[in-house]
Design a protein around this ligand. Structure first.
Ligand code: HEC
Ligand code: HEC
Length: 248
């Protein structure tokens, strides 16, 4: 029950602070068709339009100092498109993103996704886990081996042996901060984030205790980047159970 309080408390102030920004940014994105603009004000390249995303995600999607604002760069394009569609359709909830994308057509969402997927800035420095050695062991166990008795497959069995994800729609799990990872796992447990059915992450998150979440988040955030950061090609390995977002 406590995790519910956690996610609600963190979502509320972010919502309050940013909710006025959404409509203004949509106008910026839709551009000259929506309002009369002089030619020099009208954004004419995708990079200029994507500056609307920069305050929260960084200029090329490298992330910002806000621990709840995720990095976008280098994530598989299909994954990013799925997220943008999910925000637009309200299947994933975060009010500023929901307002911002409300009027955008899917083709435009895919253009933005492709842009960020193609950016390859380095990952942020890993952060040493702030938990006990037992928690670190638990996190490593779940990430690498899972827990057979609880029907929990290893995170690596879907996110890849190097945790770099798989094309087209499974994201890597490195370069994310612990607070963002726990917030997302919490969002799945409480239904504010959902993916196409069967929503395999909802099943995984539903099996995790609060300690599990803390442990995997801390260990993931402490892992250094592997030499090759790109998601592996589609079909490189089979999944332990199907995910609606990832065509097999
Ligand atoms: C006001 C801050 C803000 C702005 C502006 C913003 N975002 Fe976001 N975005 C967020 C936050 C916070 C999340 C994570 C929400 C959550 O907790 O689920 C997010 C999530 C995302 C995700 C999902 C990332 C993932 O790994 O799952 C994508 C994709 C995304 N944003 C794209 C964009 C794009 C493209 C723009 C510009 C058109 C944009 N965002 C503008 C704050 C913002
Ligand atoms: C059965 C396959 C599968 C397993 C096992 C799995 N994941 Fe996932 N995970 C996915 C898919 C697919 C997505 C993308 C879902 C979407 O489109 O929103 C995802 C997304 C995520 C995200 C969101 C990343 C972001 O940038 O917002 C996190 C965090 C995550 N998984 C953590 C974990 C952890 C931790 C484990 C192990 C405890 C795990 N996953 C095990 C398939 C899996």
């Amino acid at each position: 029950m406590r995790a519910k309080g956690d996610s609600v408390q963190t979502a509320e102030p972010r919502h309050k602070r940013w909710h006025l920004l959404g409509p203004a940014l949509s106008v910026l994105l839709i551009g000259s068709a929506a309002i009369a603009q002089t030619p020099e004000q009208a954004p004419d390249t995708i990079q200029e339009r994507l500056l609307a995303c920069a305050p929260c995600h960084g200029v090329i999607g490298e992330g910002t100092s806000n621990a709840y604002f995720p990095r976008l760069a280098g994530k598989p394009a299909g994954y990013l498109t799925n997220q943008l569609v999910a925000f637009r359709n309200g299947r994933r909830r975060y009010p500023p993103m929901n307002y911002l994308l409300e009027y955008l057509p899917e083709e435009y969402l895919a253009v933005m996704a492709n842009y960020f997927a193609a950016q390859k800035p380095p990952l942020p420095a890993p952060v040493a886990p702030d938990t006990s050695p037992q928690m670190v062991k638990l996190g490593e166990q779940l990430i690498e081996k899972g827990d057979f008795n609880r029907g929990l497959p290893a995170c690596m069995s879907c996110h890849g042996p190097n945790l770099t994800g798989m094309e087209p729609a499974i994201p890597g799990l490195l370069g994310l901060r612990a607070s963002y990872i726990s917030a997302q796992l919490g969002a799945w447990r409480y239904g504010t984030r959902t993916a196409k059915a069967p929503d395999c992450m909802q099943i995984v998150a539903g099996h995790l205790t609060e300690d599990d979440v803390k442990a995997v988040a801390a260990v993931l955030a402490s892992r250094p980047a592997p030499a090759k950061l790109d998601p592996v090609p589609k079909g490189s390995y089979g999944l332990p159970f199907p995910c609606g977002s990832q065509p097999q």
